[in-house]
Design a protein around this ligand. Structure first.
Ligand SMILES: Cc1cc2nc3c(=O)[nH]c(=O)nc-3n(C[C@H](O)[C@H](O)[C@H](O)COP(=O)(O)OP(=O)(O)OC[C@H]3O[C@@H](n4cnc5c(N)ncnc54)[C@H](O)[C@@H]3O)c2cc1C
Length: 400
């Protein structure tokens, strides 16, 4: 008879909680998932990802960071961390398709959505029917996001939207988009007059064009909007307050998301040590480099743990600068380490292979991990912008 699992009831006993997750993963996780997800293309992949979300939902782990009232288990922060640690250690797949849906959308709606918006949209996420994307960046408005030009003009019970978005992750599969558009072009500062909308991607006038990446795949897309009608009830918060609301959306990137990726890489490190013992590990120089990378990884982990401890104690008092340092350290580290593995493994590591969705930067396909690592120094604010923040807000240097 198959065993039933009650992970959430173990809250209060850390050991038992972790053990229950491990036991559940041991019988639930398909050991062949990497191969299956790698071979599945486009339409075939979605059912696999949906099924994994549903499997997690049944034991309360689809949305471990959501409060009870919105269908989450209401786990204390320390337990959320344990969930992500255990998932990473067991090499369970990440729910990449749902990153915006599970993190950015709730971070926005919990704080700024109306009751109707929460009721209408959050259920579609927990039940794995709705994929969301984020339509912030535009050509000419990436680092300088507040320069965005997509226009939304109110006309009775709806807004008429015209403009273009770019680099929108997952837009090809998305039902809804978190959209920033300018409702008032005459604001005092460029940050004024921006409003925040929920856009139905099936609306007439929305066109999505995939962008081909350096890996040959298309994880993000351009979105063109031509007289798209968005009903007024899809405005989030007050008209003109979009810039402030966008900060809630972006704040989600500073904690658990990066934590999961780093823990996953820590697991890969262990595997390299085992698998390369008889090959490149025998080279003393490469072994030294590997050890230095390991020390660096531990320092990133320590910084993240410090941030998580601060966030748990009091999110309003957590260091505003630590996420900037973490991002600035992690991106270049990922690039150098993945480049090292390409170098250490020689010609074999250089062949292209289809990527494995759900593995983050730990697919262990050397060339793919290396090429994709560059995104980290750009997404969510480029490294140059992070350095500007440090120089201006932390060191107090004059603005350039
Ligand atoms: C993997 C990935 C996923 C993404 N997903 C999304 C998404 O889902 N939705 C979305 O809206 N956007 C997304 N983006 C876009 C991302 O937010 C932008 O790429 C980023 O903000 C940089 O903007 P940009 O590409 O326009 O570059 P630009 O702003 O044009 O910058 C070009 C170069 O100039 C430098 N630069 C710019 N301004 C300054 C300055 N003031 N001082 C010093 N240097 C400067 C930058 O550092 C960079 O090197 C994603 C990007 C990546 C890589």
């Amino acid at each position: 008879m198959s065993r039933t699992f009650d992970i959430i009831s173990k809250v209060g006993d850390e050991q038992a909680f972790r053990q229950e997750i491990r036991d559940w993963l041991a019988v639930t996780l398909d050991p062949e998932w990497r191969r299956k997800w790698q071979l599945a293309r486009e339409e075939d992949l979605k059912p696999l990802v949906f099924a994994w979300l549903e499997t997690r939902r049944k034991v309360g782990l689809a949305t471990p960071h959501w409060p009870k009232e919105w269908g989450g288990p209401g786990l204390p922060f320390a337990y959320q961390i344990m969930v992500y640690e255990e998932l990473a250690r067991a090499d369970a797949p990440e729910l990449d398709l749902f990153t915006i849906s599970l993190f950015h959308t709730p971070a926005t709606l919990f704080e700024h959505g109306t009751q109707e918006q929460k009721d209408r949209y959050l259920g579609g996420i927990t039940h794995g029917t709705d994929i969301w994307c984020q339509g912030f960046s535009e050509p000419g408005a990436g680092s300088d996001l507040a320069a965005l030009r997509t226009a939304a003009v109110k006309n009775g019970d709806h807004y008429v939207v015209n403009g273009q978005k770019i680099w929108s992750s997952g837009a090809i599969n998305a039902q809804y988009c978190l959209l920033l558009a300018r409702t008032d072009p005459n604001g005092k500062r460029k940050h004024d007059g921006i409003s925040y909308f929920i856009m139905d991607m099936k609306s007439p006038g929305v066109e999505v064009r995939p962008i081909r990446q350096i890996t040959g795949e298309s994880e993000f897309a351009e979105i063109f909007m031509d007289d798209v009608k968005i009903p007024v009830e899809n405005l989030i918060g007050a008209e003109g307050n979009g810039w402030n609301i966008a900060q809630s959306t972006l704040s989600t990137e500073r904690g658990l998301l990066i934590f999961g990726a780093v823990e996953r890489l820590a697991r890969s490190f262990e595997l390299e040590r085992r698998d390369a013992r008889e090959t490149w590990m025998r080279d003393v120089q490469l072994r030294r480099e590997y050890a230095a990378f390991y020390a660096e990884l531990q320092s990133v982990r320590l910084m993240i743990r410090q941030l998580l401890i601060e966030l748990e104690a009091n999110p309003d008092k957590a260091s505003p600068t630590l996420p900037t340092y973490i991002k600035l350290t992690w991106g270049p580290f990922l690039q150098r380490y993945s480049e090292f593995l390409v170098r250490a493994e020689g010609l074999d590591a250089q062949k292209w292979q289809p990527s494995i969705p759900g593995t983050g930067f730990s697919s262990r396909l050397r060339m793919n991990d290396f090429l994709r690592s560059y995104g980290w120094t750009i997404a969510g604010g480029s490294n140059e912008i992070m350095r500007n923040i440090i120089s201006e807000r932390i060191l107090g240097l004059p603005r350039g």
